[in-house]
Design a protein around this ligand. Structure first.
Ligand code: HEM
Length: 492
């Protein structure tokens, strides 16, 4: 396949401009940058109420992205991995360990790894199969569906929620909150920074309340493992737990959803590759899954900050400069990949940077995501063999997340799929136990010192979190004084 092109002149490729992310020649722009200005400087976009940042370097070649990612002393994450600057409090509040450096990152990563032991992951794997079957059961009789919402988004959401022990009645609200957090910048999903802050605070408090519930009544879930984990005599604080909860539900949801959506599109666009995979599904699955993640590159970029004056890709960088690693571009770099624009389900080797380009922050959930993608396509392609994308999907207007739009209660159909009912709707009976109702003290009754600190900090800022939802929760005390974590609107 030939390298894509763009009509834009080099100086007109402004990666900080939100309008650019809706252009159809995204691949062409990055090909041009890699070829002609592999490390280029860009102005930052305006965010209402936030001072404009100083701009950033865009690193577009595979070798340079890997070099910066591996050198975590010269390129740190502690100033934040998204382009706009935040205060240290907000960085930690939103991003937990993804926005930290050693030694704090090392300690936190060791602690949370207790929740990702082979035993806990094995348990989750069983639930991946059951949930994937359940999703196909639900859509099979319909003959057509909005793939993003009903299939691709449904699986990671249920898995991450099951892992943490979140009851099913709260799944929808968690879904909405993660959409708001990662949808910032796309007016269709998040209209304001206030909404973003309110969503994050709600998730934070939910995570803390869930942990509180597990302290009194431990269960066999990752939330319990996290509160019991101990490294060098230290445990996760309540604040660390709340922030890790935000990171986990956001990182575990949006990314895998987009990998599955792009995978479905690729398998529609390249029927020969689909046929090759179907001819020997189990054997080809490991390489097909890696290729789906390379092809999709659901996380488009993460930022680092230079700690010293240095040179990268022939460009001088000063200490304190923002350095943005464009994973999407590295995953198409002609200098590294043979035929990068070919979707090849048997590509070997496939050292893509979709889960990060190496170093201490490499994706903690990579194995879980691989499993989810494999099992979802196993169920879909075997039970709905004619499934294919029918609509032209709208692209999510974001420089961070490479995703398709989803309906999420709106009327527009987005990544629609069809599979004639007669051939595809062989339903299998699946048994799954009832999910239990988590009850805990209302988060606002017992604000931890950490939460209180964050809230008071936020209160002094122009974008104040809305507490309307907390008030609604307040009204729901049950007879024993315990209050439901149930979010409004989920159940009448
Ligand atoms: C296809 C799906 C996924 C993709 C493409 C993806 C991508 C990434 C990327 C690019 C990073 C940053 C790596 C770096 O800075 O070096 C990351 C980190 C992370 N991911 Fe994923 N991810 C996926 C699924 C998941 C899932 C399912 C979970 C959780 C269950 C998860 C949890 C995390 C966490 C906690 C981190 C931070 C690790 C750290 O800072 O030490 N991810 N992921």
């Amino acid at each position: 396949m030939t390298t894509p092109t763009t009509d834009l002149a080099l100086d007109d490729i402004r990666l900080g401009d939100p309008a650019l992310w809706l252009r159809p020649d995204r691949e062409g722009m990055f090909a041009k940058l890699r070829a002609e200005r592999p490390v280029s400087f860009h102005e930052e976009r305006d965010f209402p109420g936030v001072p404009k940042g100083p701009g950033f370097w865009a690193v577009t070649r595979y070798a340079d992205v890997v070099r910066a990612s591996m050198d975590a002393e010269s390129f740190v994450s502690g100033h934040g991995v998204s382009i706009p600057d935040q205060t240290p409090e907000l960085n930690e509040f939103f991003g937990s360990m993804i926005n930290m450096d050693a030694p704090r990152h090392t300690k936190l990563r060791k602690l949370v790894s207790a929740g990702f032991t082979p035993r806990t992951i094995r348990q989750v794997e069983e639930s991946v199969r059951a949930q994937a079957r359940r999703i196909v059961d639900a859509v099979a009789p319909k003959g057509a569906c909005d793939f993003v919402e009903e299939v691709a988004a449904a699986l990671p959401l249920r898995i991450i929620c099951d892992m943490m022990g979140i009851p099913e009645m709260d799944h929808r609200r968690i879904f909405e909150l993660t959409n708001i957090i990662l949808g910032v910048g796309d007016p269709e999903y998040a209209s304001s920074r206030e909404e973003l802050m309110a969503a994050a605070v709600e998730l934070f408090q939910y995570g803390q309340a869930l942990a509180e519930a597990r302290r009194t009544r431990p269960r066999d879930d990752i939330t319990t493992a996290l509160i019991q984990a101990e490294v060098d005599g230290e445990r996760l604080t309540s604040q660390e737990l709340g922030s890790f909860f935000i990171l986990l539900v956001v990182a575990g949801n949006e990314t895998t959803r987009n990998a599955i959506s792009h995978g479905m599109r690729a398998l529609t666009d390249f029927p020969a590759e689909r046929a090759r995979w179907m001819a020997d599904f189990e054997r080809i699955a490991p390489t097909a899954v890696e290729e789906i993640v390379r092809w999709a590159t659901p996380v488009i970029h993460f930022r680092r900050t230079a700690t010293r004056d240095l040179e990268l890709g022939g460009q001088a960088i000063r200490a304190g400069d923002k350095v943005v690693l464009w994973y999407n571009s590295a995953n198409r770099d002609e200098a590294f990949w043979r035929d990068p624009y070919r979707f090849d389900v048997t590509r070997t080797p496939n050292d893509h940077v979709g889960f990060g380009a190496g170093g201490p922050h490499f994706c903690l959930g990579a194995n879980l995501a691989r499993r989810e993608i494999k099992v979802m396509f196993d169920e879909l392609l075997h039970r709905l063999p004619d499934i294919h994308v029918t609509g032209v999907p709208g692209v999510h207007a974001s420089a961070l997340i490479c995703g398709y739009r989803w309906t999420a209660g709106r009327s527009r159909r987005v990544l629609s799929t069809e599979y004639p009912f007669e051939r595809n709707a062989r339903r299998t009976a699946i048994l799954y136990g009832p999910t239990c109702d988590v009850r805990a003290l209302h988060p606002c009754d017992a604000l931890s010192a950490g939460t209180a600190r964050v809230l008071s900090w936020l209160a002094a800022r122009p974008f104040r979190p809305s507490h309307s939802r907390c008030r609604m929760w307040h009204g729901r005390a049950d007879a024993r004084g315990a209050r439901s974590l149930r979010a409004p609107g989920v159940r009448p």
